[in-house]
Unconditional design. Structure first.
Ligand code: NAG
Ligand code: NAG
Ligand code: NAG
Length: 442
């Protein structure tokens, strides 16, 4: 049967994999990971010490001083230690492992500014936002328009991605005309009082033509932190909410809940919501930062629950540990097979396969076996001249084509919590080309 875990009410399914589903086992896993991480940090420390000792003394001075200088600059630009995947820009595989930026626009350039001068005067209750804390993006694959959610406002951005040749090259004569009539605009949300939305996930249901908007965590009527999922239409100037259901689960922290969402179709043709946990093992704190424990919750909508409906976790899918990320920010699935999972902290994307499994239920855990994630390549967002992370706030990702990703970035953290080099690309929409695999040498 379903096993209780400390962070979830006893009757609910565990988001932890069956192999680590008891508290003791989870502790053991965490302790091992911590030991490994400590050794890793120690190793880095020793390397830095050795480099420092080498630079300026003895025969290695001439060759050692430049890398030492570069790493010193990088230390200043990246004062925090980020666990897990990193890049060696000098390794020789930079061009094949790094996403190529092909278009970018600050969101303020698309969505801020005065309301339209002509047309009917709409009662403008709220001033237009000046900050755009973008948290997820989605659209209809193949179209160059996307919707963006923000965690600081209920309003939803509707923009064209700004890659004009893609629409033109598609042979679709209507595309150019449609782009001209597409306003870059903010849709309103019913009864918006200007509060922060905590929107973190956005998924498109191609069958219904509706979108699922996920609030990371809300405090429900009995004081539990739950994710809240709204089913909406985004055709008009205002989002139309068809239903609102909570996730039948409990998170430990309001800042470490659900971070991304996508819809996938199982082998039997049933749709599920795939929601990404921000922390490793869906945990907060140090445990949540231990790389390699990425988790996707497979959720099914049930017609019962406190709001007349609820989303129930029926399976927890492990992201392959190759995605050794400190956090997980967004998921997008292209044509029900190609998956992208973004890490904000590591500034990288894991690209792998969605496997459709037999759907059977494990009697011991209550877990269904609907989806798997396998294979996988890691790609990094571009670094600066000192190999420092400059795409520090990517929170949303969407497959535009099989090798093109749209990403959106939140505002950089203030008060010295992030290096100044993070500013240039924050609060923006970016289009990236995923490098093609290098052909095998004949
Ligand atoms: C998508 O829409 C179809 C048709 O309305 C519906 O049956 C299905 O449950 C929806 N899937 C999700 C995950 O909302
Ligand atoms: C709050 O969430 C918990 C956990 O899902 C659930 O047991 C409880 O019924 C919910 N309360 C309300 C009022 O929705
Ligand atoms: C790039 O090459 C380095 C050195 O061979 C290797 O450690 C690293 O894993 C490679 N990067 C990726 C993303 O495969």
């Amino acid at each position: 049967m379903r096993r209780p875990v400390s962070t979830l009410p006893a009757e609910l399914p565990s988001p932890f994999p069956p192999e680590a589903s008891t508290r003791g086992q989870r502790r053991a896993v965490a302790a091992t990971a911590l030991a490994a991480a400590t050794l890793g940090v120690l190793g880095t420390f020793l390397v830095v010490q050795m480099r420092a000792a080498g630079a300026g003394h003895g025969p290695t001075a001439a060759s050692g001083s430049l890398p030492h200088f570069m790493s010193a600059v990088r230390q200043v630009e990246e004062p925090r230690t980020i666990a897990g995947h990193d890049v060696d820009c000098a390794a020789g595989n930079y061009s094949t492992k790094t996403l190529k930026l092909i278009a970018e626009q600050p969101l303020a350039g698309l969505l801020a500014g005065p309301p339209p001068a002509n047309g009917r005067q709409r009662k403008e209750v709220l001033p237009p936002p000046s900050r755009f804390e973008a948290s997820d993006v989605t659209g209809v694959a193949g179209s160059n328009e996307v919707f963006i959610v923000f965690d600081n406002t209920f309003r939803i951005g509707h923009v064209a991605t700004g890659v004009p040749y893609m629409a033109a090259a598609s042979g679709d004569k209507g595309a150019d005309r449609r782009r001209e009539v597409t306003p870059n605009r903010l849709l309103t949300w019913p009864n918006d009082d200007g509060a922060e939305s905590e929107f973190e996930g956005l998924a498109y249901n191609a069958t219904s033509g509706r979108y699922l908007v996920v609030q990371e965590t809300v405090v429900n009527g009995t004081g539990t932190l739950v994710p809240r999922i709204h089913e909406v239409s985004l055709d008009g100037g205002e989002a139309k909410v068809h239903s609102t259901c909570d996730g039948a689960m409990a998170f430990e922290s309001e800042k470490k809940g659900m971070e991304g969402a996508a819809i996938a179709t199982a082998a039997d043709g049933t749709f599920y919501l795939l929601a990404l946990c921000e922390g490793n093992g869906c945990a907060k704190g140090d445990a949540g930062r231990e790389p390699g424990g990425g988790r996707v919750l497979v959720m099914e909508r049930e017609a019962t629950g406190p709001r007349g409906c609820s989303w129930v976790v029926v399976q927890t899918v492990a992201i392959p540990p190759r995605a050794a990320f400190q956090d997980y920010a967004s998921i997008s699935i292209y044509e029900n097979r190609r998956v992208a999972v973004v890490s904000q902290e590591n500034a990288a994307v894991w690209v792998g396969e969605l496997d459709l499994l037999d759907g059977r239920t494990d009697q011991a855990t209550g877990q269904r076996s609907l989806f798997g994630l396998s294979g996988g390549e890691l790609y990094d967002f571009p670094r600066n001249d000192h190999c420092a992370r400059i795409f520090c706030n990517v929170e949303g990702v969407h497959w535009l084509t099989a090798d093109t990703l749209i990403a959106v970035s939140d505002e950089m953290k203030s008060g010295g919590r992030q290096p100044f080099v993070c500013r240039e690309h924050d609060q923006s929409i970016h289009t990236f080309q995923v490098p093609a695999p290098v052909p095998e040498a004949a």
